[in-house]
Design a protein around this ligand. Structure first.
Ligand code: SAM
Ligand code: SF4
Length: 327
């Protein structure tokens, strides 16, 4: 499927729940967000149906995210059903790493070995300050268990001015000892609306910090759909990435579509939902009608995140939490 800017759209990100057991302050307020009633979330059967339809349209990659996907009771069942769909070359998960240890063996059996773990600091106190929970040891243990078991891990860290810029180099150093890609992400204003002014530490700032430390690092050529600008340091086992999530410098190669836990489709992270596929599906439409609707939505995908933002029905200040968007 190509959109009107000739971008091949073949990657779907699905928020399987809006619930989370952490309270990362860039994602939601301390008291959390108002969760959708469970009946309003897509069931695992509905998600599986959408994945079959998208698979037939040429989608090749799926990522399950949230909220925290492992909070959802039937998540493993969803993974089992997804693994049966041949169209997907790879199944990915983004997780905070607090609840997945007991599922490692099952994930391996299902061939799901690509996991993005979110770790914003290697300092337990700072980790607590950012996530407002005490799970640092557990998350690091998960990281080591996954690496030791041969999972392909990408570590995501949101970098915030005055909070964790001192973690950039220690986190990057993980790529020296382990075959993991460490990616630094610009903060975006999707925090449940409680924090209006995000004082951004930009991708350029992050890059400058890295360059000051690693004078011999090299930029690597980008691949289809990459959001991270990738860097390599000679002798390091993993790569280092910088994701300009707020500066939006990668939109011209965007290959993705998002579906939130309640079935809201976002053709761009910066739009505020272009269609509710749950309601459409529950109205009794056929797979062919679902496919036509996806084609129409993909055709109308905006040029970039700035364009999408202009088209929002709700203004910026009321921006949602990444937990309900499906980050
Ligand atoms: N709970 C899982 C986790 O934290 O990995 C998956 C959902 S979380 C919303 C997905 C990713 O979005 C995480 O890497 C998180 O750091 C990132 N994220 C959340 N809020 C963000 C924000 N305001 N700006 C940039 N990234 C954000
Ligand atoms: Fe939860 Fe992930 Fe949001 Fe943190 S970033 S509060 S772990 S959904």
């Amino acid at each position: 499927m190509t959109d009107s800017f000739d971008r091949q759209i073949d990657y779907v990100r699905i928020g399987v729940t809006d619930r989370c057991n952490l309270r990362c302050f860039y994602c939601m307020p301390a008291e959390g967000i108002v969760y959708e009633p469970k009946k309003d979330l897509l069931s695992y059967e509905e998600i599986t149906r959408l994945l079959w339809v998208l698979g037939d349209l040429g989608f090749k990659k799926v990522r399950f995210t949230g909220g925290e996907p492992f909070l959802r009771k039937d998540f493993i069942r969803l993974l089992e059903h997804t693994a049966e769909i041949d169209a997907y070359e790879s199944i990915h998960i983004t997780s905070n790493g607090t609840l997945l240890q007991k599922h490692i063996q099952k994930l391996k059996e299902l061939g799901i070995t690509k996991i993005n773990l979110s770790i914003d600091s290697l300092d337990a106190e700072r980790f607590h300050k950012i996530t407002r929970r005490d799970d640092f040891e557990k998350v690091m243990q998960t990281f080591h268990m996954l690496v030791d078991t041969g999972f392909k891990i990408k570590l995501n860290a949101v970098i915030m001015k005055g909070i964790n810029t001192q973690d950039i180099i220690p986190l990057a150093e993980l790529a020296k000892d382990y075959p993991v890609d460490v990616r630094f992400i610009e903060e975006m204003p999707f925090n449940g609306g409680y924090k209006e002014n995000v004082e951004m530490y930009s991708a350029k700032d992050i890059y400058a910090d890295l360059k000051a430390h690693y004078s011999d690092m090299e930029k690597l050529p980008g691949k289809h759909g990459d959001t991270a600008s990738l860097l390599s340091v000679p002798g390091y086992k993993g790569k280092i990435g910088v994701i300009a999530a707020f500066s939006r410098t990668f939109c011209n190669t965007c290959n993705r579509l998002r579906i939130s836990a309640k079935g809201e489709i976002k053709s761009c992270l910066y739009d505020d939902g272009v269609f509710n596929i749950r309601d459409y599906m529950r109205s009794g439409v056929s797979d062919g009608e679902l496919a036509s609707k996806f084609k129409e939505i993909i055709r109308l995908k905006p040029k970039d995140g700035f364009e999408a933002e202009k088209l929002r029905k709700v203004p910026e200040a009321a921006m949602q939490s990444m937990s309900s968007i499906g980050g």
